[in-house]
Design a protein around this ligand. Sequence first.
Ligand SMILES: Cc1cc2nc3c(=O)[nH]c(=O)nc-3n(C[C@H](O)[C@H](O)[C@H](O)COP(=O)(O)OP(=O)(O)OC[C@H]3O[C@@H](n4cnc5c(N)ncnc54)[C@H](O)[C@@H]3O)c2cc1C
Length: 444
Amino acid sequence: MMTTPQKLDPMLDCIGIGLGPFNLSIAALADQDKTQLSTRFLERKPSFSWHPGLLLSDAKMQTSFLKDLVTAIDPTSQYSFLNYLVTQQKFYPFCASGQSVISRLEFSDYLAWTAHQLPNAQFDCNVKNVEYKDGQFTVSSENDTFTSEHLIIGTGMQAYVPECIKGQLSSTCFHASELALRAPDLTGKRVAIIGGGQTGADIFQHTFDQHFGKPAHIEWITRRPNIEQLDEGCFTDQYFMPDYVNHFYPLDQKSKQQEITHQKLSSDGVTSDCLQNIYQRLYHDKYVLRNTKWWAIKPHQTLVGSQYRNGSYQLEIQHGLNKTVDNIQADVVILCTGFTHDLPACFDNLKHLMITDQHNRLILSSDYCLQWKGMQTNHIYIVNSGTHNHGIAEPQLSLAAWRAAKIINHLTQRSVYPLAENQNILDWGLDVEPQHDLAAVSSM
Ligand SMILES: Cc1cc2nc3c(=O)[nH]c(=O)nc-3n(C[C@H](O)[C@H](O)[C@H](O)COP(=O)(O)OP(=O)(O)OC[C@H]3O[C@@H](n4cnc5c(N)ncnc54)[C@H](O)[C@@H]3O)c2cc1C
């Protein structure tokens, strides 16, 4: 039952909505005597969890543990991954494990360890409405109302489900982000996994390894021309450095789109480690054990239709080259079809104030301030809002601490955290100075 909001705390400098890793990084860096900021970060979940439906036991990180919430900006912070290892009394065993990439489970445990120490984090606070009036934001959940001068939106992305199968979502046809929460029994089932990115690969591997029972058959469908590897090269890594973002930000939209398209596999492929593991399992299954084939991997195939008949799904998949349409039968469909950047409904009362580009996308300053009608006095910062403003690193952890520091510096209007933005190997050949104010956006 909806209760009337009761508490009205004194106005805060800033409220963060959502407490995933990106706002968590800001919360951790804001919780320092030196920022002098009064902040509160509100999270709807009762305690911290990181994509809990995809926290599969063997899934690994795509990024180094050094790219944690704080280290790139403040390695002396108590919220570093190294401090987590030390306080959890596992530093030496960790070093001996020789891992270059760690499990998502362990990184999630580190994030939760940080989140539950932060005095400015509040859980069980599902923000229902945000309004702006007379130079302040009013943020309401079921039980609380807060006011603040500035806002940081960190509500993450929403699960994307293709139109052709939207009507059939059920306990046997669901988005991958729900998998571990549903923990389906796949024993004896024909399972279709749709989508060939990292999530599709992780789920194929876990299904193959019978984490949810031994399926009768697995079909892994992807519209990509092959199962494509993440580009983890050291030169590719230059895209995930502040220097590149500063060169990218001032480009025109056409050039930005060209760069992002070209860089797709630097963020949207499958780690070589994961692919090798899968490939070796398949080889062993087919050529050593000589099992009757119980799996198929189908690249170049797009899901174009689905019907539910007599307890199973008839999926129509179209080949990307010859355009022929084939049918496959499945008892369970797992949609590894990615995420979109839609703002949650709690921002509906602010949307009419937000200024968008011709593609209806939000426009941000180089300091992550949203362009909106009250921006001269009150700032709305937004993290993880898509790649069109700051580029390919935006949805990744690599620059989360740097972005957090930029936002804090802008909020405080002083250089609380030095940004060391000119570290680079490549000369991008674009003469730009890092921009740190709103003027560039206001004049667009
Ligand atoms: C399975 C998976 C693995 C990934 N692994 C990596 C990796 O290894 N390396 C990498 O660089 N990137 C990785 N990413 C990409 C990216 O780092 C993550 O998606 C990251 O979680 C994004 O952080 P976020 O804070 O924007 O959003 P989220 O983690 O989605 O957090 C948003 C939070 O906002 C809360 N929220 C939403 N609405 C409200 C509301 N109205 N009121 C209160 N709270 C609300 C949600 O409950 C949620 O906790 C991965 C992504 C996925 C899906």
